[in-house]
Write a protein of this length. Structure first.
Ligand SMILES: Cc1cc2nc3c(=O)[nH]c(=O)nc-3n(C[C@H](O)[C@H](O)[C@H](O)COP(=O)(O)OP(=O)(O)OC[C@H]3O[C@@H](n4cnc5c(N)ncnc54)[C@H](O)[C@@H]3O)c2cc1C
Length: 448
């Protein structure tokens, strides 16, 4: 029988890699994880966590002015960007330490450096050869900036977390959730914010009512949101970035952030040495158990391009550990994966959109409400919350829940459990609401 240095060698100590490594070690496997940049990966360092901290920071902008309606007098509020970033960095460093401790405590060996695959059972780490029975590729993804004249002046979300100062004017290009969230962050912190998206409407794949409601709310707040707009070139004039749009118009700004997608970070990883099949965009081609076409090589998370979300990468990591070292072959479930967009206001969604349900030939009843949140009866802010249920007429099952409004992410999480249990509209209706909350609207919507 072949002898290897490790039972499992994980490349990448991000969301998926850390969970798979820890759990495999807890099942008795000898595990090492290689990390070339930062423990905790994208989510902890340049993703979910710092993003959410900046979202919290950005909401204070509105909160200070809304407070006046409740009788508060607040002197001219002023943002100290340097302090915000320093405090955020301190928390990220603390989390890096937590990840190190968690791996150490579970007996996983952390190897710092860039790993490359040599063959189905061998990796090199900064020149040193290491063998393993299984190799788990958990290398994540990397932002993509398309090439065009001046594209080198654009930044991505990676750099946005470390800017030396808050830009006075920022252009955000892209209509995915990252672009939308950064538009809310920069606008809320006080930057003049222009968001450009080349399509007809942003947040492709979300329910149309979410897309239109959020666009209206962002415009009302003063974000200069432009659809069917794109940059053709960027020129640097002194410190100013001059963006020429495809329609010939020009916008000047301090920063231009491209949030136009992410690619699996599989280049230069040596996957071709082992004969691992990749998609055209470099995603590792895996089966339902996250196994590649090479028996000993598995891949999870963003580099497989299934759903680029932290809890999904973690679920895939748990499944691989159970499959390989706990004698429980496990396929992660992708049904009713809830997601939130931490835009201003938030969006939350689970299940089928109305368009998807109709496309799948369901006969649907749509329940929808738009209302002014109680809080804004005193602030005077013109904000609407949208909530929507997509219901199968035949079985009465709730197929999808969608919301734009404060705390949408928090509210939708519980509804995802209900959908996974196959809840019907009648069961939603029979559930007593919590009053006065926004969430109660989901159990009190009566008219189609
Ligand atoms: C701005 C932003 C906001 C986001 N917000 C959310 C959110 O709110 N909710 C959510 O669910 N998801 C969010 N995501 C997505 C989430 O961060 C990713 O889906 C998740 O981190 C993927 O985990 P992973 O394990 O696949 O990869 P990662 O967490 O990216 O980890 C991969 C690790 O592998 C390392 N690595 C790569 N190549 C090598 C190599 N050759 N050798 C050694 N190490 C290597 C990298 O340095 C990295 O640490 C966000 C992403 C971004 C960019």
């Amino acid at each position: 029988m072949a002898q290897y240095d490790y039972d499992l060698f994980t490349i990448g100590a991000g969301s998926g890699g850390v969970r798979a490594s820890r759990l495999s070690a807890s099942f008795g496997a000898k595990v090492a994880v290689a990390e070339e940049r930062y423990l905790g990966g994208t989510c902890v360092n340049v993703g979910c966590i710092p993003k959410k901290l900046l979202v919290y920071a950005s909401h204070y902008g509105e909160d200070f002015s809304d407070a006046a309606g409740f009788g508060w007098k607040v002197k001219e509020p002023r943002l100290d960007w340097t302090k915000l970033i320093a405090n955020k960095d301190k928390e990220i460093t603390r989390l890096n330490g937590v990840y190190r401790k968690v791996l150490d405590d579970s007996g996983v060996e952390i190897l710092e450096g860039h790993a490359e695959i040599l063959d189905p059972h061998t990796v090199t780490l900064d020149g040193k050869k290491i063998t393993a029975k299984y190799i788990l590729v958990a290398v994540g993804s990397w932002p993509l900036v398309p090439e065009f004249p001046g594209s080198e002046y654009a930044i991505t979300s990676n750099e946005a977390f470390y800017l030396p100062s808050l830009p006075k004017t920022v252009i955000i290009v892209g209509g995915g959730y990252i672009g939308v969230e950064f538009a809310g962050i920069f606008h809320g912190l006080g930057a003049r914010t222009i968001q450009l998206y080349r399509g007809e409407s942003f947040l492709r794949g979300f329910d149309d009512d979410i897309r239109t409601t959020l666009a209206a709310e962002m415009l009302k707040r003063g974000i200069d949101l432009r659809f069917e707009a794109d940059i053709s070139r960027i020129d640097k004039v002194g410190e100013i970035l001059r963006a020429t749009l495809t329609d010939g118009s020009v916008i000047e700004s301090d920063q231009i952030l491209y949030a136009t997608g992410r690619l699996p970070k599989t280049r230069g990883l040596g996957l071709e040495n082992a004969g691992v099949k990749l998609s055209e965009l470099g995603a590792v081609d895996v089966d339902e158990y996250s196994q590649s076409n090479v028996e000993s090589i598995y891949a999870i998370g963003d580099c497989t391009d299934r759903m680029m979300l932290t809890p999904v990468a973690i679920a895939e990591g748990i499944a691989v550990a159970n499959t390989l070292f706990n004698n429980k072959p496990t396929r992660p479930g992708y049904l009713n994966v809830p997601t939130a967009v931490f835009s201003t206001p938030n969006c939350g969604t689970v299940g089928l959109t109305e368009a998807e349900a109709r496309q799948r030939k369901f006969k649907v009843d749509i329940y929808r409400t738009f209302y002014k949140p109680l809080r804004h009866t005193l602030t005077g802010r013109d904000e609407r919350t949208m909530m929507k249920l997509v219901v199968d007429q035949t079985t009465d099952r709730v197929l999808g829940c969608h919301m734009v409004g404060p705390d949408a992410g928090e509210i939708i999480q519980g509804l995802a459990i209900a959908l996974n249990c196959g809840a019907t509209k009648a069961q939603f209706d029979a559930t007593i609401g919590i009053h006065p909350t926004a969430a109660e609207e989901f159990v009190t919507m009566r008219s189609k």
